[in-house]
Design a protein around this ligand. Structure first.
Ligand SMILES: [Zn+2]
Length: 143
């Protein structure tokens, strides 16, 4: 399974966002389901898609999916490769399945693929900088 490191590519320029020299986000998307009686948007509880964007093309990708009727939620791939944050995201993912706040089959498979591709980068001890980042995010309840 891990004999070859597979990339997480920016959907726009195809840069590998797992390289030390590249930085990007993963974007989970919920579907716009119209408006309620008061004109407020109704957004699906399910995640429908997962996409990847480098820091240079996040605006283009956000606009593309906005025009296709999606609301996006962004997270940093560098943070995801912090072992502490990675396992926190896995637990949130598992809890989401348990509480039936799940994903479409497409988003579920994409999320699993992202976890498998980032695993070789997090299967190690935390660096001092990563410990500090994890403590900082935990202080603000962000992981
Ligand atoms: Zn890009």
């Amino acid at each position: 399974m891990f004999s070859e490191l597979k990339p997480l590519e920016c959907e726009f320029c195809h840069k590998n966002l797992l390289l030390d020299t590249e930085h990007g986000n993963y974007i989970l998307m919920r579907k716009d389901e119209g408006e309620d009686a008061n004109g407020f948007p109704i957004i699906s509880k399910k995640y429908h898609k997962l996409a990847f964007a480098c820091k240079d093309h996040d605006r283009q990708i956000s606009e593309k999916y906005y025009h296709e009727g999606y609301h996006d939620e962004w997270d940093d791939i560098d943070d995801l490769c912090n072992p502490y944050i990675w396992i926190s995201k896995v637990m949130a993912f598992v809890n989401g399945i348990q509480h039936d706040q799940d994903m479409t089959d497409e988003a579920f498979e994409q999320f699993k693929g992202m976890l498998l591709r980032t695993y070789p980068y997090i299967c190690r001890h935390l660096t001092t900088k990563e410990k500090e980042r994890a403590i900082h995010l935990a202080m603000y309840d962000l992981v």
